[in-house]
Write a protein that binds this ligand. Structure first.
Ligand SMILES: [Zn+2]
Length: 308
């Protein structure tokens, strides 16, 4: 069972799924940090999603947590209009994306955990600050740019995962302690298969580190595809093919981590359909089989995003 903004669905109807994208970000502190982090036009996002559906896309994870620009009501509207399953995030992002008075920064671990659980079970907080019916489907935490991790936020997120069985998504940075974090979650009773590690294609070039993470059983979301400021498509293909050679095909996920510079409907160049229309053919040319593509794009997301 996967929890979308329109309700729970069986994993096998999820279809092609990109597990770390951004469909909307409200104008605010994120925009002040980086003007690419601002998309709040429902019609444009729906156009983008329709092109994604046309290419074969079925589901998307919107990785923006509450109080730093998530637009829960718009996610519901876009999901209905474009006929795409959308999984929303509760949890936290890096501190720099929050206004100084964001409620999340002052909550105790207990209150935070309760808040995350309520977003997963009762409904998310809307753009107007009110709770409404649509639930979040993942809990996100983020390493800070210096590689540190806030204990209070991390423990609260793990509490919520233990309480609900939701998946845990992790934003990584260069030189952050991914393995210690996975161990910490596992020690507390979270199975490593519940953990989705994001961005390692751009935060670590050491394939031994990727392998060590995969050896725990966690998922690796390679979500910097076509982000040339980090790495080229060829470099991305090298990483994916290397991990496939080592037989980790059951633990890899593929995404774009979109911004307004990357969504075509906002004037960007890449498009949410890039993986389906351009990157899959490149993977095929490298010898990746249809079965492996299906696994990384459809089977693995269904398993990674399921509540257990
Ligand atoms: Zn992101």
């Amino acid at each position: 069972m996967v929890r979308t903004v329109l309700g729970d669905i069986a994993g096998d109807v999820l279809g092609h799924t990109q597990c770390h994208e951004h469909l909307f970000i409200e104008k605010g502190t994120s925009f002040d940090c980086n003007p690419a982090l601002y998309m709040e036009d429902e019609d444009r996002t729906v156009d983008e999603l329709r092109a994604y559906v046309h290419a074969g896309g079925k589901s998307v994870v919107d990785a923006q947590p509450p109080f730093c620009g998530r637009m829960a009501e718009k996610l519901v509207a876009a999901s209905m209009r474009a006929n795409v399953h959308i999984i929303a995030a509760t949890g936290v992002h890096k501190r720099q994306f929050y206004p100084a008075d964001a409620p999340i920064l002052a909550m105790t671990r207990e209150v935070l955990a309760e808040f995350f659980v309520s977003e997963l079970r009762e409904g998310m907080i809307s753009e107007k600050g009110e709770r409404f019916g649509a639930c979040a489907g993942i809990v996100k935490i983020a390493f800070e740019s210096d590689g540190s991790l806030d204990d209070r936020l991390t423990d609260a997120a793990i509490d919520a995962v233990l309480e609900t069985g939701a998946p845990l998504m992790v934003h990584t940075e260069k030189n952050c302690g991914v393995l210690p974090l996975i161990n910490r979650a596992v020690r507390r009773g979270v199975s490593a298969e519940r953990v989705i590690i994001c961005h390692m294609d751009r935060t670590s070039r050491e394939m031994d580190v990727h392998r060590a993470v995969l050896e725990t059983g966690a998922y690796l979301d390679y979500d910097s595809i076509h982000r040339y400021k980090y790495l080229s498509d060829d470099e991305e293909l090298d990483i994916i093919c290397k991990m496939l050679e080592f037989d980790y095909e059951k633990q890899l996920l593929l995404s774009l981590d979109t911004t307004n510079r990357r969504l075509r409907s906002y004037g960007g160049e890449t498009g949410l359909d890039y993986i389906l229309t351009v990157f899959f053919p490149m993977l095929r040319l490298r010898g990746v089989t249809e079965e492996q593509l299906f696994m990384m794009s459809t089977e693995n997301p269904a398993a990674a995003l399921a509540f257990r």
